[in-house]
Each structure stands twice: as structure tokens, then as C-alpha cells.
Design a protein around this ligand. Structure first.
Ligand code: SIN
Ligand code: FE2
Length: 219
């Protein structure tokens, strides 16, 4: 799906929540897919995160910079293999700053944005993610989300509960979504992946890759 026939417009979905379609050009999608493949090989493997109730998430995840497990960050993947996660690379800080500038405009918030963790999530066509808040971070800085491969329905809700009101946004390969400010703690989730809607030229013949950048506020 190229989106060229009917260009999709930047949309403010809620106060502080901005969707920028087709933000990542094809060569940067490929580079990001390559980086994610390398992180998935180690030091910590891509795995289904196990929730406190014993169930496993349907997405597979690998983390960079800090390891997230329900519901805390650590430097080592204590619920996987105990290894220290890969360092957060400088180029990914730069990408986060560019993304924030694209969503919010180039100002002090974008220039000072210093994400230190990335959660790399891989969705097969049956995977989904329930409505949740990203709230283990101590920093109020925005979350930057990049999607590659199959499209999905991304449900962006409110800060009070998992239910309505919410807006369903279709995230396609190359799309950027940023949520910060009054939307930083909004519930969100992925109710559906649109199988085979993807972007083989990005190097991902099937499935959906989502990368979220965050500032943990930890040291
Ligand atoms: C997440 O909420 O961590 C992932 C969202 C997405 O896959 O688009
Ligand atoms: Fe999230």
C-alpha cells in the first residue's frame, strides 16, 4: 500500500497525539528493519512477554537501552536470559528527535528529546495488543511510535479508562505516531493487524514491526 493515490494527511487525533502518515522513507524503513533483526538475534532474543497472570503476550518483543517487563524497566532481561540489553544507539536518539520535530514542530522539546529505551514489537497476523497505558517511565517526554510492514488498527483512547471515547487509526508501513503532553498517558492498543497489507520492499515479507521510543527518566 503506497498511499500515493490518495495521500493521507497529518492528523491530530487528540491533544498531543499526532499521526504523520508515510513519514519514514523506504530506505530508512529497510535500515530500521535490519537494525531490529540484529537486536532480535541478541544479546536478548525476541520473545513473548509473560504477564503476571501467567499468560503470554501475542506480540514478540525485544528491548534496546532498557529492558521492559511487566511492569518495570531494568538493564538486564531478568525474565528472559538475564543478559544486559543492547545499548541504545546515538542514531536512534537522532531519529526520535526528527520524529518529534515532524509531529510537533522543531522546538526545544524536539531538540532536547533523549529517548533511552526502544521496545521493538513484532506482530504476526494474529497478534494484537490490549488497551494499556505506557506508564513505567518517569519522564513525561512523548512516546514516538514507528510502524513498518503490515498495517494495523491502532486504537487511541482516553486517559481515564480502556473504553470509549477512542479513535481507530490505520497505521501503515512508514507511519509515525507520537503521543505526549495531555495524551501521554492515554490508553492505546492494537485490536487488529491487516494481514498481507504490508511492504515487502522494507525487508519484512510478512507481519508488522512497531518500534516505540521513550525516555525512561531512569539512570
Ligand atoms: C505499544 O503500545 O507499545 C505498541 C503500539 C503499536 O504496536 O502500535
Ligand atoms: Fe504502549
Amino acid at each position: 500500500m503506497s498511499g500515493t493515490l490518495f495521500p493521507r494527511e497529518r492528523a491530530v487525533v487528540a491533544d498531543g497525539a499526532v499521526h504523520v502518515p508515510d513519514w519514514l522513507p523506504p530506505e530508512r524503513r529497510r535500515a530500521l528493519v535490519d537494525a531490529c533483526r540484529a537486536w532480535a538475534r541478541g544479546p536478548v532474543p525476541l520473545r513473548h512477554t509473560v504477564l503476571p497472570g501467567g499468560g503470554a503476550m501475542s506480540v514478540r518483543t525485544v528491548c534496546v537501552g532498557w529492558h521492559w517487563q511487566p511492569y518495570r524497566y531494568s538493564r538486564t532481561a531478568d525474565d528472559v536470559n538475564g543478559a544486559r540489553v543492547a545499548d541504545f544507539p546515538g542514531w536512534l536518539v537522532g531519529l526520535g528527535r526528527e520524529a518529534l520535530a515532524a509531529a510537533y514542530g522543531d522546538g526545544p522539546e524536539s531538540r532536547g528529546y533523549t529517548p533511552d529505551t526502544a521496545l521493538v514489537n513484532f506482530y504476526d497476523s494474529a497478534a494484537r495488543m490490549g488497551m494499556h497505558q505506557d506508564r513505567q517511565e518517569r519522564s513525561p517526554a512523548p512516546v514516538v511510535s514507528l510502524s513498518i510492514g503490515d498495517a494495523c488498527v491502532f486504537r487511541f483512547g482516553n486517559t481515564a479508562n480502556r473504553g470509549r471515547p477512542y479513535t481507530d487509526v490505520e497505521l501503515r508501513s512508514g507511519d509515525l505516531f507520537v503521543f505526549g503532553g495531555p495524551s501521554r498517558l492515554a490508553y492505546h492498543g492494537v485490536p487488529k493487524v491487516l494481514a498481507e497489507s504490508g511492504d515487502p520492499s522494507a525487508g519484512l515479507p510478512r507481519g508488522r514491526l512497531n518500534i516505540t521510543l521513550r525516555e525512561t527518566g531512569l539512570r
